[in-house]
Design a protein around this ligand. Structure first.
Ligand SMILES: Nc1ncnc2c1ncn2[C@@H]1O[C@H](COP(=O)(O)OP(=O)(O)OP(=O)(O)O)[C@@H](O)[C@H]1O
Length: 252
């Protein structure tokens, strides 16, 4: 089943009709099926974050539209949009974005608290997720008391706890060492398989991208290519490197 349909989305930054305008996305169209784990790659400045911000309804497209779970998101009112964001989308950021004055448990529960859930229901949901995601022991610690990998696991729990239609991840392994990065990618794969979560992940890292089922490559605000994983992870990895060497900017 299709969960997202992006139709001819363009984004122009700057003052209208002035020479200072910059077209960061140029008529992008693609579809995402429920349960897919998709990577978005491209050189620095190609428009990846712009796309993610639009899909996360943090920003609006200049033209075009996208349908998420049957709803044309552009037609939603401000309140409906806020509700859509909290109910349907989970975010994982490069720098975790946990609140430093709250414990990991409080951070994870925040989206449910905002939705007005009862404490008992929140704790049940929390227990089910953290037992799977391996951070039970550090739940009462503050972000500065745990490792980057544990912070990112907590951020993944927070993204997952509302059972969102889609998880949007922006360079989630960008600040992690290679072991924690691999652990996180294994975790995202687990979330994708076990919870049937649909994940869209922006990454510069070919190794991270090789965990995806499909990669969308963006060049100068346009879809340049799509690559599907086959049976061999090694072949997929090599194919990603090949496209990235044409696009340039494998690393930032
Ligand atoms: N608020 C803004 N105002 C003007 N131009 C912007 C704005 N945000 C982004 N841009 C420009 O739009 C283009 C796309 O930016 P975007 O951040 O989406 O790229 P990216 O592919 O995510 O890059 P990176 O990999 O470096 O994060 C860039 O040229 C950028 O300078």
């Amino acid at each position: 089943m299709q969960i997202l349909k992006v139709e001819n989305i363009s984004k122009t930054y700057g003052i209208k009709k002035s020479s200072k305008q910059y077209m960061a996305l140029k008529s992008i169209s693609f579809e995402v099926k429920e349960g897919e784990f998709i990577g978005v790659m491209g050189a620095s400045g190609s428009g990846k974050t712009t796309l993610l911000n639009i899909l996360g309804s943090i920003d609006k497209p200049t033209t075009g539209r996208y349908i998420m779970d049957g709803k044309d998101v552009a037609t939603l009112s401000k309140n409906q949009l806020a509700e859509h964001r909290i109910n349907n989308i989970g975010f994982i950021f490069q720098d975790y974005n946990l609140l430093e004055t709250m414990t990991l448990k409080e951070n994870i529960l925040l989206p449910l608290a905002l939705k007005g859930y009862k404490v008992k229901t929140m704790e049940e949901k929390l227990f089910n997720i953290v037992k799977d995601l391996g951070i039970l022991k550090v739940l009462d610690k503050y972000p500065y008391e745990v490792s980057g990998g544990e912070q990112q696991r907590a951020a993944a729990c927070r993204a997952l706890i509302t059972n969102p239609k889609m998880i949007l991840a922006d360079e989630p392994t960008g600040n992690l060492d290679s072991k924690s990065g691999k652990d996180l990618l294994d975790l995202l794969t687990f979330i994708n398989k076990q919870y049937k979560a649909t994940i869209l992940m922006v990454t510069h890292d070919v190794f991270a991208a090789s965990y995806c089922q499909k990669i969308l490559f963006i060049r100068d605000g346009e879809i340049y290519n799509e690559l599907y994983a086959g049976d061999s992870k090694k072949k997929f990895f090599d194919a990603i490197i090949e496209v990235m060497s044409v696009l340039g900017g494998e690393e930032k």
